[in-house]
Ligand binder design. Structure first.
Ligand code: ADP
Ligand code: MG
Length: 302
């Protein structure tokens, strides 16, 4: 049994006079202690996936189980099972609370005696920070507090939604190293959401590549980076990051990203794909696998 199992998840939202499918038949598993990265352009559905796993977003159809138990809304004591680190540590920490109360919140909810000073030391902060308010900390320190709070109860799964996107480059490296060290000592699994391929390669055991609500490729990190099967993944990997694009996904291909309100049955990447054939637009795309690596593409790269 997987620690996290997402099966055929569909989430749609009303958008103008239509509906968009933010998640369209998404399946994904996370094993104990494993780091799974989810990469994709802004708007492809990454945060919707995270919110669904947390029970903050109801599925139209499909299922999500954590340790075999169905996720159905937010439950008391959930912080003991899933820790969450959001993108913006300023928005995610209540400005009126002292650091000690922020850290203690999930801890006391679960009636644990975890010590705030210890939590702060674990994330490389001075115990004296406990009495301060979020605005008295730097962005990097705030994200450390958020990480400490998420990991205080040693949950088996921690979700990080672009945890370094709001930080400057030197802070990003420190926070990444911290996440990796904590994972090694706690043994938790990570669902690590990012649009930064470099950090993904550094952290992840397996990578899921999302495009317009679907996972178009999923497999071991080095295989996905070195031998991508999906033309979208290949285009992403081929466009090397440059300084002005650091922290953003490169624009991988010419052509239009489809309007998510009016998707046909066929491949969403067809309009940008160099390998496209008529059948790609006309018929539903079957998943094709190469061992542990799977792509949603009729004509995957050999
Ligand atoms: N609460 C919502 N209501 C309507 N549309 C939403 C809502 N949340 C997300 N969306 C839409 O769903 C799609 C996926 O969004 P999101 O999951 O935030 O993507 P990402 O995190 O990859 O940038 C986007 O088109 C977004 O506009
Ligand atoms: Mg997001």
């Amino acid at each position: 049994m997987s620690l996290l199992e997402v099966r055929n998840a569909v989430v749609s939202f009303r958008a103008g006079d239509g509906r968009i499918r933010a998640l369209d038949d998404v399946s994904l598993n996370v094993e104990k202690g494993e780091t799974i990265a989810v990469v994709g352009e802004s708007g492809c559905g990454k945060t919707t996936l995270a919110r669904s796993v947390l029970g903050l977003q109801r599925l139209d159809s499909g299922s999500i189980t954590l340790d075999g138990k169905p996720v159905d809304g937010v439950k008391a004591g959930q912080a003991a099972t899933v820790g969450m680190v959001w993108q913006d540590p300023f928005a995610s920490l209540d400005p009126r609370w002292r650091i000690k109360d922020i850290v203690k919140e999930p801890v006391s909810l679960a009636r644990s005696n975890e010590n705030v000073g210890q939590v702060l030391r674990d994330v490389g902060l001075d115990e004296g920070m406990a009495e301060r308010y979020p605005h008295q900390l730097s962005g990097g320190q705030r994200q450390r507090v958020a990480i400490g709070r998420a990991l205080a109860l040693r949950p088996p799964l921690v979700i990080c939604d672009e945890p370094t996107a709001a930080l400057d480059l030197s802070m990003q490296a420190q926070v990444l190293n911290l996440l990796r060290d904590l994972q090694a000592s706690i043994g938790c699994a990570f669902l690590y959401i990012s649009h930064d391929l470099t950090t993904v390669r550094f952290l992840a055991d397996r990578v899921a590549v999302m495009y317009v609500g679907q996972i178009v490729e999923f497999g071991p990190t080095e295989d996905v980076f070195n031998r991508p099967m999906h033309p979208y993944t290949a285009a992403l990997m081929a466009s090397a990051p440059t300084l002005d694009r650091l922290g953003h996904l490169p624009d991988p291909a010419e052509g239009e990203v489809p309007d998510p309100r009016s998707l046909g049955i066929g491949c969403r990447f067809a309009g940008r794909c160099p390998r496209v054939e008529d059948i790609c637009r006309a018929e539903k795309v079957p998943p094709i696998d190469r061992g542990a690596q799977v792509a949603l593409c009729r004509f995957p790269i050999e």
